[in-house]
Design a protein around this ligand. Structure first.
Ligand code: SF4
Ligand code: SF4
Ligand code: FES
Length: 436
């Protein structure tokens, strides 16, 4: 009796297996897809694409584009292909849907009608915020089988369960290099620079800009490493403060403001761990995502110093420096950064917030010096007392032929900015900083 029962079960299993296999064969699909491959001719074997990028593709490229964006020698080549693959079931908020195998969850959701946006105010129904797209910031992270993982950097798998609501989940972010500094950033008051260690800093992965001159590109494009909770990062930075005996605690990047929930909790926790009045909590930022309510939230969380890096005065130069080619985003980023500086200065400077502005200089970026003079005038109209640090942009990352400005050139720029009304101009040179 038992034997015939087992035979029947075996038969049913074979029938089921055949049915499923045929079903799978029917569910084959093809999509247009960009995959990335290393060019042996262009590759300089620098190792960046394997030492900072955690390829989510296992053995095949699933189109995340992280290695392509991180390669300093532009040796990773995009290829438009027709991807023919099995359609597999996945679950989104308990709804079963079918998507092609061999792609990222972000691409899968795009095929299902979701849009990914790179400006916080554009988020809405079926519009998900994904500003870095390189797996570092975790702004796009959702619960994947109960674990927080970035949509832009996770492969689809058969029957995985995705929960898009992460409002009650502890945020994560990749943060690196908890180190002491002798100079600090543009938001560090000039009069304390150069006196031994003055600040401890950590660096958050992921950025919404694509500057070819990125000085921290191994942080910016990093997806390798264990992501941290805000508490873990705040504790480690506080320990670093104690170890080096300084009063300033900073976060830079990459772009720290990308993951708002993470950053606000990080500063709250930093404030809780450093309640003394000497502690200064410093945010270094490109300012392109700092809306007014975000600034209020950061100040309430305990931020005391901000270093906004204003990339440009004109849209044309902003696009050239940041390599943001989309006009709509470039305009939003530029307008947001100027509005943010005016808002923080009008409402919080100098008593609640120290603001020190960074501006880039290399003559290749500017139409003429008149443009730079207008840049300085616009800052002076906000407040002529503001500390302005001019950064000498040089050969970095993908801009290997850029010539570093000479000291004479930087001192000319300093005089030009003083002449248009700015009282506190510092210029960065290869011999150090020249202050007011
Ligand atoms: S980052 Fe670019 S140049 Fe460096 S090893 Fe990878 S492909 Fe080669
Ligand atoms: S890192 Fe991303 S783009 Fe590069 S090979 Fe892996 S999946 Fe493809
Ligand atoms: S947008 Fe996905 S990790 Fe930053």
């Amino acid at each position: 009796m038992i034997q015939s029962y087992l035979k029947l079960l075996g038969l049913l299993y074979i029938l089921w297996d055949v049915a499923v296999s045929s079903f799978s064969e029917i569910l084959m699909g093809s999509i247009k897809f960009t995959r990335y491959r290393r060019s042996q001719q262009l590759c300089m074997k620098c190792g960046v694409c394997v030492s900072i990028v955690k390829c989510p593709g296992d053995t095949n490229c699933i189109g995340c584009s992280s290695c392509y964006l991180a390669c300093p020698f532009e040796a990773i080549i995009p290829e438009e292909v027709e991807l023919v693959s099995r359609e597999i079931p996945i679950w989104i908020n308990d709804e079963k849907v079918f998507v092609p195998e061999g792609i990222t969850l972000k691409i899968a959701l795009e095929l299902l009608g979701y849009e990914f946006v790179k400006f916080p105010l554009d988020v809405g129904p079926k519009k998900i915020y994904a500003p870095c797209e390189t797996g570092g910031c975790y702004s796009c992270a959702v619960l994947v089988d109960g674990i927080l993982a970035p949509l832009c950097h996770t492969a689809v798998r058969e029957n995985i369960k995705i929960n898009l609501d992460v409002s009650n989940v502890e945020p994560l972010r990749i943060v690196e290099s908890f180190i002491p500094h002798t100079v600090g950033g543009v938001g560090t008051p000039w009069w304390i620079k150069g006196k031994g260690y003055i600040e401890v800093a950590c660096f958050a992965a992921g950025c919404n800009l694509r500057c070819r001159t990125c000085q921290n590109f191994t942080i910016t494009y990093r997806s390798l490493g264990k992501p941290m909770t805000p508490q873990e990062a705040a504790e480690l930075l506080t320990k670093t403060r104690r170890r080096y005996g300084v009063d300033r605690l900073a976060i830079s990047g990459g772009e720290p403001t990308l993951n708002r929930a993470w950053l606000v909790r990080f500063f709250k926790e930093l404030k809780r761990l450093n309640p003394d009045t000497k502690a200064r909590l410093h945010l270094d930022t490109n300012t392109t995502l700092l809306t007014r309510d975000y600034i209020d939230e950061l100040v309430n969380a305990g931020v005391t110093d901000i270093g906004p890096d204003l990339k440009a005065y004109t849209l044309e130069t902003f696009k050239k420096i940041t390599n943001i080619t989309d006009d709509t985003y470039a305009r939003k980023y530029l307008e947001t950064s100027w509005d943010a500086v005016k808002y923080m200065v009008d409402n919080y400077y100098p008593d609640t917030l120290f603001v020190g502005i960074g501006i880039p200089y290399n003559r290749e970026f500017y139409k003429d010096l008149e443009e730079l003079a207008k840049f300085g005038e616009a800052i002076a109209r906000i407040n002529p007392e503001l500390q302005v640090c001019v950064l000498d942009y040089r050969a970095e990352f993908r801009a290997q032929t850029l010539r570093r400005p000479t000291i004479e050139e930087m001192l000319t720029i300093k005089k030009l900015l003083n002449d248009v009304g700015l009282k506190t101009v510092i210029v960065q040179t290869y011999l150090g900083h020249f202050g007011p």
